[in-house]
Ligand binder design. Structure first.
Ligand code: ZN
Length: 243
């Protein structure tokens, strides 16, 4: 056991004993870990407010690899006040949290943590939550083992692209075209940008509604048919998106 300090985000909590909780935290340095927050449900506990789902903080913990660690204390980094003040944005927060938890269970790359936290911080800065969610979804596909081919035709490598395909998992040229995705040129260009953009460097997002919808639909189907993940909170989000 050693005392460590790491940045992290609480993805879920479960009650433990009389007045304690186990926090499931995705961390920058130690992957997804379980941490006991002892006595945090008592009113006087200094751990009370930091032992909740969606807390983004620097956590000081007694760390045990592959076992439950113990929380010592935590300093909140961002309260996500803007997100939490809006029911729709809480819908996004809930979905992104459920998704990152599932992706972490398949792959513990620290890049997953970085993509997730950068996305939340940009939503908190009031940038378009749907576009940011789609950017994260495109990037996460790599960690789910079904990354899209976006640098040429997924079948033959030809650079002359006319569509994107669910079935082939990426761009297709005229000869390989299979009618399973979309052909909108702007959307093709934009989904590639989504994949390559550094989320931390985004300062504005000017994407037309058509392009947004085209990409969002594509990703919805691709996630549904090929990831094997069932994300409960996606239903709520899809209902919100019927503008
Ligand atoms: Zn081709």
């Amino acid at each position: 056991m050693k005392i460590v300090s790491t940045e992290g985000f609480v993805v879920s909590t479960t009650k433990y004993g009389e007045n304690s909780k186990i926090l499931n935290i995705i961390t920058k340095d130690y992957g997804l870990i379980g941490v006991i927050s002892r006595g945090c449900m008592s009113n006087k506990s200094i751990l009370r407010t930091v032992s909740e789902k969606f807390v983004y903080a620097n956590f000081n913990i007694n760390y045990k690899a592959n076992k439950l660690s113990t929380l010592i204390n935590a300093d909140v980094i961002n309260y996500f006040q803007y997100i939490k003040s809006d029911i729709n944005l809480v819908g996004y927060l809930t979905y992104l949290t459920e998704l990152v938890d599932n992706v972490y269970k398949q792959n513990d790359s620290s890049e997953i943590y970085n993509i997730f936290v950068s996305t939340l911080l940009k939503i908190e800065q009031q940038l378009d939550p749907l576009v940011l969610t789609n950017i994260l979804e495109v990037k996460f596909l790599d960690y789910l083992g079904i990354g899209l081919s976006l640098d040429g035709c997924a079948k033959c490598g030809n650079k002359n692209i006319v569509s994107i395909s669910h079935k082939q998992g990426g761009f297709l040229c005229k000869n390989c075209y299979d009618n399973s995705g979309f052909t909108n040129k702007n959307a093709l260009k934009t989904i590639r940008l989504y994949y390559y953009v550094d989320i931390n460097k985004i300062s504005e997002l000017n994407i037309t509604n058509d392009t947004k919808m085209e990409i969002d639909n594509f990703l919805n189907h691709y996630y549904k048919d090929y990831t094997g993940l069932y994300i409960k909170s996606k239903e709520f989000l899809n209902n919100l998106k019927r503008y």
